[in-house]
Design a protein around this ligand. Sequence first.
Ligand SMILES: NC(=O)c1ccc[n+]([C@@H]2O[C@H](COP(=O)([O-])OP(=O)(O)OC[C@H]3O[C@@H](n4cnc5c(N)ncnc54)[C@H](O)[C@@H]3O)[C@@H](O)[C@H]2O)c1
Length: 251
Amino acid sequence: MKLQGKAALITGAGSGIGRAIALLFGAEGASVLVAELNEEAGRTVAREIEDAGGRARTLPTDTSREEDVKAAIAAAIDAWGRLDILVNNAGIGGAAYTWDQVIAVNLSGVYYGCLHGLETMREQGGVIVNMASMAGLVGFAVAGLPEVFGSAPGNAYIAAKHGVLGLTKQFALAGAPGVRVNCICPGWIETALTQPLTQAQPLLDWALQGTPMGRLGQPEEIAKAALFLAGDDSSFMTGAPLIVDGGWTAR
Ligand SMILES: NC(=O)c1ccc[n+]([C@@H]2O[C@H](COP(=O)([O-])OP(=O)(O)OC[C@H]3O[C@@H](n4cnc5c(N)ncnc54)[C@H](O)[C@@H]3O)[C@@H](O)[C@H]2O)c1
């Protein structure tokens, strides 16, 4: 058990990548606070962790609201008396959102987590893991997903994820040596977020052609990267992106 005795807060843990991280961290011995906008989804994941023998709580949280992020951190402290690991995972994307909405969740939400997470962990030490993206390292060809990457939400997604890399470096400097801050840059992962892609064959072909591994990644493959960053195996790593994209950015 790599996270025995640790208390972890994971945002957006009701689905996809966040859910996989919550389940893995719970199985590795961490007490997990599932901070999730969708209350029912949050409750379900907390129950899944408990059913597997772990410890979990859930709190309805909108990470685009600073007060909610502070309340989630306070809830973890209240439940377990400590916070060792914060995963700023909650994120949105797609044509249905505005520029402001995407920036509010994907960038401001991560900022609130870094700011108040670091404040809380500074004395005791801890780890912050931010969910960036390969879209935080490169731009996206508009030809692939014109309705997303040629539009305001797509531009906001790219800008926000690049911003998450910036926040990761900035808070790594602010947190050293006691609080390590890193981020993950996933490629195309099979979750609710990428469903519009996986349901349309030309889009799926475009994503797979650009991914040298020739397949979508699974949420569990990102959870393993998060476990590496959250635990002592990455003890000399801070301010860095961990790229798990099947080779997308190697081209
Ligand atoms: N799926 C991919 O291909 C991919 C690739 C790179 C990065 N990411 C990033 O990974 C993270 C998780 O994405 P996913 O694919 O698992 O998506 P998902 O849609 O399956 O899960 C996202 C979860 O976040 C929750 N959420 C949304 N807004 C929230 C808010 N304001 N406050 C709290 N919770 C909120 C949703 O209810 C949902 O449960 C996101 O930051 C996303 O940008 C995903």
